[in-house]
Design a protein around this ligand. Structure first.
Ligand code: ACO
Length: 182
C-alpha cells in the first residue's frame, strides 16, 4: 500500500501456507514440508515475520517477510575454529544459524530485511552462551551480501560448490556476526 505500517511478530501455524509460497517464489532451493512445519510450530527454530498492518483486513496479518534460524553447538559447527572457548562455559557455547531470509518483492529496499536480521541479533545477544550469528549466501546474491556487510557481518569463508542448483554448483560465502566477546 502507499503508506505501509510494518510490524514484526513471531511466525505461527496460520502462516504455513504463505510461508511455503514465498519460499517457493524467491528461493532457487526447494525446502521440505517438514522444514515449514518446524518453523511454524517453533520446533528447534526461532523465526520472525514482517506484516503490513495497513493492508486490508484479510491481508493485514499476512507475511511479507520472514527470517528463520536455529541454534547449533559452536564446537560442532563449521566455524568452531573461530570461537574463543572459556573453561567456565564447559563447551556449551552456541551459535545462531540463519536458515532463510526473505522479503516479498514489492516490499524490498525499505529496511525490512535489516530489521528482521536485527531481531535475530538482539535475541541471540540475550543468550549468555550464544557467541555469534552466521549464515551462508550464494556468491552472486549481491543484495543479500550488501545487507550483511551493512550490518557488520564478517565474510570469513568462500565455499566452492557449496550449493547445487539444477545440477550446477555455486560457491557460497559464510558470514558471521560475533557477539558476547567471541
Ligand atoms: N528506505 C529505503 N531504503 C532503505 C531503508 C529505508 N527506510 N532502510 C534500509 N534501506 C536500504 C538498505 O540500506 C539497503 O540498501 P543500501 O545499503 O544501498 O541503502 C537496502 O535497503 C536493502 O536492505 P533492506 O531494505 O533491509 O533489504 P530488503 O528488505 O530489500 O531485503 C533481501 C533484502 C532479503 C536480500 C531481499 O532482496 C530478498 O528477499 N531477496 C530474495 C531472497 C534472498 O536472497 N534472501 C537472502 C538469501 S541468504 C539467506 O537466506 C541466509
Amino acid at each position: 500500500s502507499l503508506c505501509p505500517s510494518i510490524y514484526y511478530r513471531p511466525i505461527n501455524p496460520n502462516d504455513l501456507y504463505r510461508l511455503e509460497q514465498i519460499h517457493r517464489d524467491i528461493f532457487p532451493i526447494k525446502y521440505k514440508s517438514e522444514f515449514f512445519r518446524s518453523v511454524v510450530n517453533g520446533v528447534d527454530i526461532v523465526s520472525w515475520a514482517a506484516v503490513d498492518r495497513s493492508r486490508p483486513d484479510d491481508h493485514s496479518d499476512e507475511l511479507i517477510g520472514f527470517v528463520t534460524a536455529k541454534f547449533v553447538l559452536a564446537k560442532d559447527s563449521e566455524i568452531d575454529d573461530l570461537i574463543h572457548y572459556y573453561d567456565s562455559s564447559k563447551g556449551e557455547e552456541t551459535l545462531t544459524y540463519i536458515l532463510t531470509l526473505g522479503v516479498v518483492e514489492t516490499y524490498r529496499n525499505r529496511g525490512i530485511a535489516m530489521s528482521l536480521i536485527s531481531e535475530v541479533i538482539k535475541y541471540a545477544s540475550g543468550l549468555s552462551l550464544c557467541r555469534g550469528v552466521y549464515l551462508h549466501v550464494i556468491a552472486h546474491n549481491n543484495p543479500a551480501i550488501h545487507l550483511y556487510q551493512r550490518l557488520m557481518f564478517r565474510c570469513v569463508r568462500r565455499l566452492p560448490g557449496f550449493y547445487l542448483i539444477k545440477q550446477q554448483h555455486f560457491d557460497a560465502f559464510l558470514f558471521v556476526y560475533f557477539i558476547n566477546d567471541s
